[in-house]
Design a protein around this ligand. Sequence first.
Ligand SMILES: Cc1cc2nc3c(=O)[nH]c(=O)nc-3n(C[C@H](O)[C@H](O)[C@H](O)COP(=O)(O)O)c2cc1C
Length: 319
Amino acid sequence: MNTELIKWPKSRILELFDIENPIVQAGMVWVSGGKLAAAAANAGCLGLVGAGSMNPDLLKTQINKAHALTQKPIGVNIPLLYDKTEEQIKVALNAGIKIFFTSAGSPKKWTPFLKKEGCTVVHVVSTPEFAQKSQDAGVDAVVVEGFEAGGHNGRDEITTLVLLQQLQNKLAIPFIIAGGIATGSSILGALAMGAEGVQIGTAFAATIESSAHENFKQAMCNAQYNSTFLRMKKIVPVRLLENDFAQKVAQAENNCVSNEELLKLLGKGRAKEGMLNGNLQEGELEIGQIVSEIKEILSCTKLVHKLKMEYLEARNRIL
Ligand SMILES: Cc1cc2nc3c(=O)[nH]c(=O)nc-3n(C[C@H](O)[C@H](O)[C@H](O)COP(=O)(O)O)c2cc1C
C-alpha cells in the first residue's frame, strides 16, 4: 500500500499548522525536546517542544535545535502551572515560535496576548465544558484528552471514546483528540467521530528521537495491558507506569494519608529521575494506558509510516 497516496478527510488543522498528517506529537516533560519535535515535523506532523520541564534557557536551546533540524513549523507546549510561564512565552516568541499549546491552567490569561502576537493558540482540556470555555477564550483549536492519556490527567476520568461522542457537533473550532491513540485504526475512528486531528504522546515517547531514558523505553516495550494506573488523584492526577514508587503511592492513598504526606512522598525531581535518568524503581514514569501496544522503538519516520499504513488498512476494511 502506498502511503504517499493517503488522502486525509477534510481537516482544518492541516491548514492551521501547515502539516501533511492530522497528527500532533504531544509536548511531554523530559521526553519531547527539539530532536523529537523536529523529527515529528519532518515526518509530516506537528512537533511540539515540551517546555514543562525546561527553564527558559534550555527551552531556547531546544527550540533552536529543532529549527536547525527542520524547515517545517514547530510549536511549544507550555503548562501554565509554573511561575516561569511568562519567561517561557517570551523566549519562545523571540525564538520565532508561532504555535502555542497551553495546558494545565486557564486559557483566558495568555490567549489574548498570544493572539495579538499573531500566534496560533491551542489549549489542552479534559472535559467538553472546558473545551467550550477555551473556545470562548478565543483559542484556535482545543486538544481534548481522555483519561487513558499519559501524564497529568483530568479529575473527571472521561475516556477518549466518550469524549468523542460528547464533543460531536458541539464546537465551532476544530478539536484534536488525545489519549490512547497509537494505531492508524484509532486515528480513523477518531476522525470518523468528528475530531480533526489526534495528539499522540505515548507512542512518540517510545521513539528513537525521544529523550526518554533507554531504560524507560525498554520498560514501555515490556508493559502489559494493565501496567498503568492513575495516581495522586488528591493532588494532581497522573497516569504512571507501575513500579516501586507508584506502589508506595497506591499504599499511601489506600491508607488515606494527607495531601502533605503525599507531596512529601513525591518529593522533588522524581519525574526527571525516572523518565530522563532511567531510575525504573523510584522514578516517576508518566505514560499512557496504550503503552501496552508499544512493542519496539521506532524512528518517528517509521512510526508515522506505520500509522498511515494501519489507517489505510482500516479504511479499506470498512469501505
Ligand atoms: C511522558 C509524558 C509527559 C507529558 N507531559 C505533558 C506536558 O508537559 N504537558 C501537557 O500538556 N501534556 C503532557 N502529557 C500529555 C500529552 O501531551 C498527551 O496529551 C498524552 O500523552 C496523550 O495520550 P497518550 O499518551 O495516550 O498518547 C505528557 C504525556 C506523557 C506520556
